[in-house]
Design a protein around this ligand. Sequence first.
Ligand code: GLC
Length: 527
Amino acid sequence: MPQQPAAASPPTVADSPRGRGWWQDAVIYQVYPRSFADADGDGMGDLAGIRGRLPYLRDLGVDAVWLSPFYSSPQADAGYDVSDYRVVDPMFGDLADAGALIDDAHALGLRVIVDLVPNHASDQHTWFRQALREGPGSPLRGRFHFRPGRGESGELPPNDWESIFGGPAWTRTANPDGAPGEWYLHLFAPQQPDFNWDSRAVADEFRSLLRFWLDLGVDGFRIDVAHGLVKAAGLPDIGVHDQIKLLGNAVLPFFDQDGVHEIYRDWRRILDEYGTDPATRRIAVAEAWTPSLDRTANYLRPDELHQAFNFQYLSTGWAAEPLRAVIGDTLDSMRPVGAPATWVLSNHDVVRHRTRFGGGSAEQDLRRARAATLLMLALPGSAYLYQGEELGLPEVLDLPDSVRQDPAFGRAQGTDSEGQEGMRDGCRVPLPWSGPAAPFGFSPVEGGPSWLPQPAEWAKLSVEAQTGDASSTLEFYRRALVTRREHPALGAGDAVEWLDAPQGVLAFRRAAAGSALVCTANTTTAR
Ligand code: GLC
């Protein structure tokens, strides 16, 4: 086996420079628990698997880990349909495993961010089940959006909203006596009823949930669909529109309503109760798809959240001019609210950036993906990595339909006009850790199952195969993260100095503490 290179030692939780918040230049690694590491051999990743691989993340050189949901869930949307927010789903472990994972991470100097899903629950959540059982008029129905249908006998949905996964955003219920009854709103799958945030019980429950996980020691929350909680009064029709997209930025009566900010001011007060020392502060990052970066900045005002994903950046192609525009726009939008810019290229909802930016040949894909990563890590602020990008994993494009689990696949016939939306399983294939054959050390069982099949070629992309090989993507990421940590001009900041560059090339300079660094990225095919 190749020799493990000496690991750069990341700072411990207490080492953050005073006065500067740890999240302002943190590199945050997204773990998708289903697909990271499977300790019990059932083919599904779990918390014990993640715990066992924390040293790998420490050695990679990231500062924090964001875990996608591992709560009790029927898995209609891979855990983003939560039936009990205080319980770990048995397929992932239990609460003791979560506590041990957090403690181990802290001991290694890694912070832990968990996902919070406040826009919708699972239809198996006790509140929703009881609301259905009790029928129209039940006060529990007030915690969701139940409405009578339109049409003569209520046979039409209450309005024209569509689900992000395709089809109507409403499903009709049956009354306790079996007769057709009210409809309920679900912006996502029918198994994900939207909460009604005008309900006091909902707001109280989420305050209590924040405290529950903060008391267990988490360092922050990633807030799922943070822009969706408040719906326009009267739930007005939209009229003619294209299919609503998860990654869209249209102005809609259920996204980015001004009322959401009151909720985040309230949550900020709770986070601040847990301390305001910049080295140990608890933070929140918004998944907020908004029409513009200025609207995103509203979530980051000093009394609201700490970070938001930069989806405008993620949605920009590999081309110098649009990249320069979105980078400038990001820095200009974040400066007035004093929030760090964030940068992200891949996550569990989008095609992996190696494939997205790919020019066709595997070699060119990888060169571009690496260039994009270096550019991202050179920008001022905080960066998000998605598990497996450090291995240069491509999107798996040829999964058989029979193994796909993304609810969008079934609802929207798999593809949109670009042939990609609704195909989120391809970036969720379990990681290859070691060995010549699937499951490549993902599970401890040789030849054992994995919930999505891994391509045979991933043998050469495994952690084991890449470790110690200076030309590998993994060693490239390790070096990049060491450089980012050690170079005084990298990390936090709110500006770059653009340098003249030929068409298709991006060049900027950053300087701090007597050091300077120039980053140049060539987005053309010329070498
Ligand atoms: C977020 C998640 C996505 C999920 C959706 C509904 O966008 O990232 O995976 O399907 O919310 O919860």
